[in-house]
Design a protein around this ligand. Structure first.
Ligand code: CO
Length: 293
């Protein structure tokens, strides 16, 4: 402890005198540009489900492969999930602001923040505010945000191709999206439109927005479809997929479809389990990364 105190006070004196300490302790001090140190922060709602964490692990590997030598870190936007994982699994996940502060403290000055959200909705816009705050905080630091999965018309078409491909051999497919009252909720009916253009037997509904399950049922009945595959249009096959989609309650999508004479086969598989979807996130991250100086 005494040694530590002594070296600390020597360091302070050296700093005060502006002495050139060994190594890079003072390199890039006042006025001198710091050498770029790059990182990518992947931001997701989060999950407390181990199998979903395995999926995130594979996404992590893909990012590490695509950006060799770049520090890859994660942040969870959901405090409820962060608390739950800390309590039940003893694992600490940081919020986006905490993770960005940590990256700065660790000397990363070129940071891509890649949203792993599906649409540019409320969570994404919260993230925009956080990243803008950091971008203004300190000279010489750069923060660039990557778009969520379905942001542009090109994204809708690319994702639509992937979703429509799940319906092979005349099969019918229903996707359950989250839905939101946020203005970006328009992505869901837009996606439903794109899907109908690509394959009229592929449907998009939402738990909390538009199109509704009733809209989907009406569409299925109009086409006299009595058998569907039921999949979450979500990055995690979590609570919504397990309960709202495939649960035992009478108002689960599985049971509502059944009541309407439509036999549904639920598939608890998140879209992030598809390499082609992960690839779109990688492309968005690459676009953001190109903006780093
Ligand atoms: Co929800």
């Amino acid at each position: 402890m005494r040694n530590f105190t002594r070296s600390l006070s020597m360091l302070l004196i050296a700093l005060l005198l502006g002495l050139p300490l060994a190594g890079q302790a003072l390199a890039g001090g006042h006025g001198q540009p710091q050498p770029p140190r790059k990182a990518i922060l992947l931001v997701t709602f989060g999950t407390s489900i181990p199998s979903a964490q395995t999926v995130f692990g594979r996404v992590d590997q893909e990012f590490k492969k695509t950006f060799p030598g770049v520090e890859i870190r994660w942040a969870y936007t959901s405090r409820i999930i962060r608390d739950k994982v800390a309590k039940t699994q003893g694992k600490t996940w940081l919020s986006p602001a905490e993770a960005l502060a940590r990256l700065m403290a660790d000397g990363y000055n070129r940071v891509v923040v890649q949203s792993l959200h599906v649409i540019p909705g409320e969570e994404y816009h919260d993230l925009v505010a956080v990243v803008m705050g950091f971008a203004r905080m300190k000279h010489g630091y750069q923060f660039v945000l990557g778009y969520p999965l379905c942001s542009t018309t090109d994204d809708l078409k690319a994702v639509g191709n992937i979703l429509a491909a799940a319906a092979d051999q005349g099969e019918a497919v229903v996707y359950m999206g989250h839905g939101t009252a946020h203005p970006a909720g328009v992505v869901y009916p837009a996606m439903a439109y794109v899907l109908r253009q690509k394959n009229p037997r592929v449907f998009m509904g939402t738990v909390e927005g538009y199109p509704t399950l009733d809209d989907v049922v009406a569409g299925l009945k109009a086409r006299k479809i009595t058998k569907v595959k039921l999949l979450p249009f979500m990055t995690v096959a979590g609570d919504h997929a397990t309960n709202d989609m495939a649960g035992r309650e009478p108002d689960s999508w599985l049971n509502v479809l059944k009541k309407n004479g439509i036999r549904a086969q639920p598939v608890l598989k998140a879209i992030t389990e598809q390499a082609a979807i992960v690839n779109i996130y990688l492309q968005h991250a690459k676009t953001a990364y190109q903006h780093l100086h």
